[in-house]
Structures are given as C-alpha cells and as structure tokens.
Design a protein around this ligand. Structure first.
Ligand SMILES: NC(=O)c1ccc[n+]([C@@H]2O[C@H](COP(=O)([O-])OP(=O)(O)OC[C@H]3O[C@@H](n4cnc5c(N)ncnc54)[C@H](OP(=O)(O)O)[C@@H]3O)[C@@H](O)[C@H]2O)c1
Length: 277
C-alpha cells in the first residue's frame, strides 16, 4: 500500500530548518555558539541570549556570516529579564518560534567540606529552575507555530554527568551532576505534558567539548578525559550540531522525551585508569 502524504526523504529536505526561528540561551560561547552556528547554516533565524551584552553582540556579529542572528542580553535566572526577553521575542516574532535550546548553564567545583550553599543553589537555579521557567513562559509562542506533523521543539542541554557519577576527585562538582540528572528527568516530564500541545521536549547529554566552562579541566586533565572516552577524543562542533539538527528538524519530529548522549561513549566507560592498590 502506498504511504500517504509522502514527503521528500532527502537529507537536504529532512534536516532543513528553512523558515524556522530558534532561541539559543547561552549562545554567545562554547556549545551554544556551535549549535547556533549549525542552526544558522541550515536556514534558521537564530536569537542568542546571554548575560553579557558585549559577548552576545560580538558572537551575533560573527555568526551573522551564516544567516540572521539576533543578540538579546538576558540573565535567564532573573524573572524580570526573562520577562523582557519573552516580550521582545513576542514583538519580533508574532508568528511564534519553533525551536528553544535551553543551553545556558553554570558549574561550581569545590571539595565537599567547602562546598557553599549559595553556589549549590545558583547551579540548580541556572541549570534546572530557569529552564523550567523559560520554557513555561515561552509556551504560548512555541505553540503558535506548532502542528502535529511539525511540532515545536524544546531541546535541553544536559550532560553525561547527569547519566553517570562523575569522577569527583578530579573536580568535585556535586551540584552540577545533580542539576543535570534533574534536567534529564524534567525533560521526560515536560515531554509527556507538552506532547499533546505539539511541542516535543528532548535533551542532549554532551561529554567534553572545548568551552569557557571546561577551560580548567582541559588545561589540567585533557589526557585523562581523552583516555576515559572510548573514541579517545573530545567532542567537535559537528558532533553537537549534528544531534541538534536531527532533534530540531523534520527528521526528529517523532522523537520525544529522549536523552541523547553525545560523549563518544564516555558515560559507559571505566576509562583506562590504572588499578589503585
Ligand atoms: N563544554 C562541555 O564539555 C559540556 C559538557 C556537558 C554539558 N555542557 C553544558 O553545555 C551548556 C553550555 O556550556 P559551555 O560548556 O558551552 O559553557 P560556556 O562556554 O561557559 O557557555 C555558557 C553560556 O551560558 C551563558 N550563561 C551562563 N549563565 C547564564 C544566565 N544566567 N543567563 C543567560 N546566559 C547565561 C554564558 O554567557 P554569559 O556569561 O554572557 O551569561 C555562555 O554563553 C551548559 O549547560 C553546560 O552544562 C557542556
């Protein structure tokens, strides 16, 4: 029996983001910048948001060589600034936005005895609470462009550290791994809640990529990091952009509530460390 309403299955069509509008939080550096670049290079109009206006403007200027990239300075943990961001997006995009990438995140490393309550709270607020709040505040705008064959997409950036217990002796990041595990579960809960509104919610759980956040560990533990990864390397912009494009495009329209590791298999590996006597 012929398949009804068959659409083109070429990669060019299946993964195209022509006519789509995206918001990438934390799009001014690191993974957010790599993902914004991937979205732009495949036809989307992209808003990037981060706290520093200067860094946001600089990144948007560079990214604009690939397409229309609009900087919007905002701290996603601040309700007033979040409100202003949503208002401005609504004014500029009356037809709605179709892709929200919740990527802004923070980390804190300290030994357990010295781990400050305030730092723990800040990491949880940035990596979990603000993702929930921004997604909730953008539901109306995400819903405007959503349809059953082409749902709007919320893509949360979790971490392999939310899938495994990180090697805390190396860099003790208690709040971070707890926050990413929470974000993964929030992803599943929102997927069930928002699916009926034609909005999918998925997460990517990256391994190590070069960024401001990983400067310290890369400088001090790069060899160990590569040894821990079955593929023996850190991630590249193509690795993160490829998975994001799948989730954001027609290719990923039926994927909902998934947590996709992009870590070369690191979360499954025991690494090549010597046995300690
Ligand atoms: N790099 C990795 O190896 C790796 C691995 C797993 C997961 N991740 C996750 O990937 C995401 C991006 O991290 P990254 O490694 O690319 O770090 P990064 O280079 O430090 O980027 C973080 C981005 O988030 C923005 N940001 C931080 N707090 C914010 C806030 N309150 N409001 C708005 N923007 C904020 C930063 O800009 P401003 O400072 O201007 O605000 C920056 O653009 C994070 O969620 C991180 O946990 C990274």
């Amino acid at each position: 029996m012929p398949i009804q309403n068959e659409q083109s299955l070429t990669i060019g069509e299946l993964f195209s983001l022509r006519g789509k509008t995206a918001l990438v939080t934390g799009g001014s550096s690191g993974l957010g910048y790599m993902m914004a670049s991937g979205l732009l290079q495949n036809g989307a109009r992209v808003y990037i948001a981060s706290r520093s206006r200067e860094r946001c403007d600089d990144a948007a200027r560079t990214l604009s060589s690939f397409g229309e990239c609009i900087p919007m300075a905002a701290d996603v943990t601040d309700a007033v600034q979040r409100g202003a961001l949503v208002k401005e997006l609504t004014r500029r995009e009356p037809g709605g936005i179709s892709i929200l990438v919740n990527n802004a995140g923070s980390n804190w490393g300290a030994a357990i005895a010295d781990y400050p309550d305030a730092a723990f709270d800040k990491v949880l607020r940035t990596n979990v609470s603000s993702v929930f709040s921004l997604t909730r505040d953008l539901l109306e705008l995400l819903g405007r462009s959503a349809s059953p064959p082409d749902p709007s997409r919320v893509i949360n950036i979790g971490s392999m550290d939310g899938l495994q217990v990180p090697i805390v002796q190396r860099v003790p990041t208690f709040a971070y791994s707890a926050s990413k595990a929470a974000l993964h579960h929030l992803t599943r809960t929102l997927a069930v809640e928002l699916g009926p509104r034609n909005i999918t919610v998925n997460a990517i759980a990256p391994g190590f990529f070069e960024s401001k956040m990983t400067d310290y560990v890369m400088d001090n533990f790069r060899e160990d990091i590569e040894d821990d990864c079955p593929l023996g390397r850190i991630g590249s912009p193509a690795d993160i952009a490829g998975t994001l494009l799948y989730l954001a495009s027609r290719a990923g329209a039926y994927t909902n509530g998934a947590i996709i590791p992009v870590d070369g298999g690191t979360h499954l590996s025991k690494g090549k460390r010597e046995w300690q006597s």
